[in-house]
Design a protein around this ligand. Structure first.
Ligand code: MTE
Ligand code: MO
Length: 319
């Protein structure tokens, strides 16, 4: 039996592969004349190519923050279906895992249940646009990411929820042959996440099909993933195969793993520490060898757009 020292919930940034290690590895690969794709023989076919290049939506600019380098966004990943090691995900997610064609099933309390090809879905949604969002992982690091995709509310309107629909439950693919992490570990696969329908209808909730004007790399959740920028990164579930409109609150993967540490809401909140580390500041990925830190903002800087969703809710208890 293979005993894992690092369970996923025991992975604050300090015990995960640190950025410096990762960058040194890249330098090494470059120095020996091998980009990672050359080394690994990656087939760079990406799904959901419909709609590129997208138009930039100037209303979503993350206060003009400089976006993180593309190489870091696609090389420093949490995707436990492939590995617990952030620097290894890129390789493992590109060894034959097929993200095209890809269908999504949309079901539950809606008038128009359907199973739809992802490119067809993007077409129906009216195409894609680019938005720059802050991204804050619960492990206290952050990036700024130019996402391409469409607003989740467009999909919600398309399927016509009934009165009974109060939550959205999202599921990731399950394919242990392609995703080695799904052969074991502590997570009860597939990875699932949830939002209230009000959260899902908020204009910030986004379905991403690309980054920096290019189709989503496999390791970032090809061909389509959720992006909820005011919540910790784990809510932004990758490689979605199913969206279910439910009446009761779905249990999400991280809460199921460690309910004392991870809740349903997972709103970014600098005043509520993780039981094992502070959430007051964050390490800025790509800010140099001695990474800079900055103060974490309430709702990750999106307080104006989302605080009304939580009026009357005790955010210390509903973390
Ligand atoms: N299916 C799935 N979705 C996932 C994860 C995962 O392990 N599996 N990790 C989450 C976490 S913890 C983070 S921080 C982000 C990382 O997204 P990125 O690799 O594109 O930066 O994806 C989230 N979505
Ligand atoms: Mo995360």
């Amino acid at each position: 039996m293979h005993i894992r020292k690092n369970k996923p919930w025991n992975l604050p940034e300090s015990s995960a592969t640190c950025e410096a290690d990762f960058i040194n590895r890249r330098r090494f690969l470059k120095a020996v004349g091998l980009g990672s794709s050359a080394l690994l023989g990656q087939s760079l076919t990406h799904a959901a190519t419909y709609g590129f290049p997208p138009k930039v939506n100037p209303e979503f600019r993350a206060d003009g923050l400089e976006p993180t380098d593309y190489d870091l966004i696609k090389g420093y990943n949490n995707f436990y279906e492939f590995s617990y090691d952030k620097g290894e995900v890129q390789d493992l997610a590109n060894r034959g895992w097929q993200t095209e064609p890809w269908a999504i099933e949309i079901k539950g309390h809606i008038k128009r249940p359907q199973k739809i090809d992802v490119n067809e879905l993007i077409k129906k949604a009216g195409g894609i646009e680019q938005r720059v969002y802050r991204f804050r992982c619960v492990e206290a690091w952050s990036m700024v990411i130019p996402w391409d995709g469409f607003q989740l509310s467009t999909l919600i309107d398309m399927v016509e929820p009934t009165e009974k629909a109060r939550y959205l439950k999202f599921s990731t693919f399950f394919d242990p042959n392609s995703a080695p992490g799904q052969n074991g570990g502590s997570i009860d696969w597939p990875y699932v996440e949830g939002l209230t329908i009000e959260e899902a209808k908020n204009e910030l909730s986004f379905l991403a099909t690309g980054i920096y004007g290019k189709a989503l790399p496999n390791q970032n959740g090809a061909p389509i993933r959720l992006v909820v920028p005011w919540k910790y990164g784990f809510k932004s579930i990758k490689s979605i195969v199913k969206i279910e409109f439910t009446n009761s609150r779905p249990m999400n993967t991280w809460q199921a793993l460690q309910p004392r540490e991870y809740g349903f809401y997972a709103n970014v909140n600098p005043t509520v520490d993780h039981p094992r580390w502070s959430q007051a500041t964050e390490r800025i990925i790509g800010s140099g060898f001695l990474s800079k830190r900055k103060d974490t903002l309430m709702f990750n800087g999106y307080e104006e757009q989302v605080s009304h969703l939580y009026e009357g809710l005790n955010l210390k208890r509903n973390f």
